[in-house]
Design a protein around this ligand. Structure first.
Ligand code: SAH
Ligand code: SF4
Length: 392
């Protein structure tokens, strides 16, 4: 822009950012401090302002700067001018017969991801997505048939927790007695995507979820599930500090190569080495080994015995997941008798109650069934084009 176009007027009036207001949701405390300073907050006040705004957003669940009553009126106006407090948009919400809720959520660019809330007797778990689609192609996973579209931002990840709290009506009410039983008490990074391929955004979002001045979930109630991105595993303990789950699923490299192709890059022995040296593993913080039960593929007694032998010496829990079928899936769920026999061997080796009950199957909300409707639609259009011999 030529300099003679800048009038003194324009220079003195605080200008809106050309790229539009910045979303405060998902910024770390430090990033928020920088953003407030850039918008004109005096540097010596910035840390205190972050503390105040943080509480409004993450403790009280407020979305409107005008209601931040401990801030001066003109400062609230400055915030409203420069920032927004925005969550991904809930497109549809389905409730299963068993109380499981599935949200289809739209993020910038028109992409969609799924978020699942699973109520249980002693807890309520939110299954959060970290990517639109997945670059990996685990052959039993519905998400794996969908190409990676993009990583979610930290705001889009913590936004899933916030929109679920909105729907559950769980933000605190000023003056009401403190209720310690939470509807949303646990978070698992087991939705769409490989969280360790979006490490920084997942980390920043989980730091926000754990921050004691806000949502304040204990790090023990957050579990990150990975297919086995070995070089990033130690960072999970060091930089996030949450619990770790490994999608193990097979006891030989031959079978694991087929089920979890990342195994070709980091085979079982290397994965187990990384887990043996995992900084946080202890008897009170065990690593979860997820094991999907596929009929005739990985479910023999010999598999169960090999599994126990492989994980020897690692503080571990085993979670058997009956395969959740999806249209066109190349596998079937192991029979209940087979799952019981497998579980029994594991139980006798000293691991307790390992079978995960499938939840929300009637709304395709169970583990590994998630795949966004738009990408699905896109794919079927492509299929139609292929069938009719047209292109594009
Ligand atoms: N990408 C990460 C986290 C998302 S998948 C990972 O792979 O760990 C969450 C869990 O669901 C993983 O253990 C995954 O292997 C499992 N899963 C995927 N598809 C499944 C299906 N159809 N039935 C049962 N479990 C499935
Ligand atoms: Fe991706 Fe996990 Fe599905 Fe594998 S199981 S394709 S890593 S989401």
């Amino acid at each position: 822009m030529p300099t003679d176009a800048i009038t003194p007027d324009v220079l003195t009036v605080p200008r809106k950012r050309p790229e539009g207001p910045v979303n405060l949701v998902g910024l770390t405390r430090e990033a928020m401090r920088q953003a407030l300073i850039a918008a004109g907050t005096p540097e010596r006040q910035a840390r205190m302002r972050v503390g105040q705004i943080w509480q409004w957003i993450y403790h009280w669940g407020l979305r409107d700067f005008a209601a931040m009553t401990n801030l001066a009126k003109d400062y609230r106006a400055l915030l409203a001018e420069n920032f927004v407090i925005a969550l991904p948009e809930v497109v549809t919400r389905q409730v299963s017969g068993d109380g499981t809720r599935k949200y289809l959520v739209r993020i910038a660019g028109g992409h969609e991801v799924e978020v699942v809330y699973i109520p249980e007797e002693d807890r309520g778990t939110l299954c959060v997505s970290s990517q639109v689609g997945c670059t990996l192609t685990c052959s039993f996973c519905h998400t794996g048939t969908q190409k990676l579209v993009r990583n979610l931002t930290a705001g889009e990840i913590i936004g899933q927790v916030m929109l679920a709290r909105d729907d559950l009506g769980e933000w605190p009410v000023p003056g009401a007695p403190k209720d310690e039983t939470r509807l949303l008490s646990n978070v698992v990074l087991m939705g769409m995507g490989e969280p360790l391929y979006n490490f920084e955004n997942v980390r920043d979002a989980m730091k926000i979820a754990m921050d004691p001045e806000g949502i304040a979930l204990s790090r023990r109630r957050i579990t990150l599930s990975t297919s086995g991105v070995v070089p990033e595993i130690a960072r999970t303990a060091e930089e996030i500090g949450c619990q770790l789950a490994i999608s193990f699923h097979a006891t030989t490299d031959e079978v694991r190569d087929r089920l979890v192709p990342i195994n070709k890059r980091w085979p079982i022995a290397e994965l187990l080495d990384a887990l043996r040296t995992y900084p946080k593993a202890s008897n009170s913080e065990r690593i979860t080994f997820e094991y999907v039960m596929l009929d005739g593929v990985n479910d023999t007694d010999a598999d169960a015995r090999r599994l126990i032998k492989l994980i020897e010496g690692i503080p571990a829990k085993i979670n058997l997941i009956p395969f959740n079928e999806w249209p066109g899936a190349p596998y079937r769920r192991s029979t209940p008798a087979r799952i019981r026999a497998f579980a029994d061997i594991i139980y006798k080796a000293g691991y307790a109650s390992p079978i995960r009950t499938p939840r929300g199957e009637d709304i395709m909300a169970a583990c590994g069934q998630l795949k966004s409707a738009t990408e699905r639609a896109r794919k079927s259009r492509a299929q139609i084009a292929a069938e009719t011999g047209t292109s594009g």
